[in-house]
Design a binder for this molecule. Sequence first.
Ligand code: NAI
Length: 247
Amino acid sequence: MKLLEGKKALVTGAGRGIGKAIALKLASEGAHVVCVSRTQENSDSVAAEIQAAGGSAQAQALDVSDSAAVDSLVGALVKELGGIDFLVNNAGVTRDGLLMRMSEADWDATLNTNLKGAFLMTKALTRMFLKQKSGAIINVASVIGLIGNAGQANYAASKAGLIGFTKSTAKEMASRGVRVNAIAPGFIQTDMTDALKDETKESILEQIPMGQFGTAQDIAEAAFFLCSPSARYITGQTLVVDGGMVM
Ligand code: NAI
């Protein structure tokens, strides 16, 4: 029997990159996965990939920063599935630029998806989690939330906020058997990082003791661990997965 057999997971930003890898991994370990991304097309394609591999999945389009849409989708899913065991708040965006030139729109777009999105998703499921008295929430933060980065004040603030949110919600839910942890990836090769200039990538590589970028699979393995019974006594933590970049 697979470790996550009979469990249900909801992964945001599951249409590609890290979220897709997490969705595939949790499904391969036996969980039924609700793949949520901004477009129905991307969600459908990941759910189809899971099903083709013999797993169980369904697909939804959702903007996690839209509170009405979050409430209505989460309400319908809880009714349909009877509960959710794992919530992975992975949806995230960057709108990089030096503070002097950063527009209010770039600040809002980043905070609204990365931080408010996790708040809305978690809040919509909190009553269910507390009644269920079990479950795990994983917030995908970033090492940038720990160390900051020139040109990413909005992103760093959103990810540092997510780590504080993780600790507070972990304290609120611990006595009901619900664990909340964050993962702080370093530099992971995805569409988000492919957009960076080659010289930026080279200078980041020099700061990674292991001498290589991470893969979405590396983050998926960490997410699986935090969902699994092996992590039953771990809550409120930030697991850094970065090849030694930040220590
Ligand atoms: P990506 O850009 O490849 O994928 C992001 C996903 O989030 C996409 O599927 C997109 O549709 C979805 N998304 C964005 N805004 C959304 C919204 N408002 N509602 C619903 N879905 C939305 O990015 P990647 O690299 O896979 O990143 C995933 C997470 O990991 C993000 O939170 C990112 O900040 C974080 N991260 C990534 C690192 C990297 O090196 N790639 C490093 C550290 C953290």
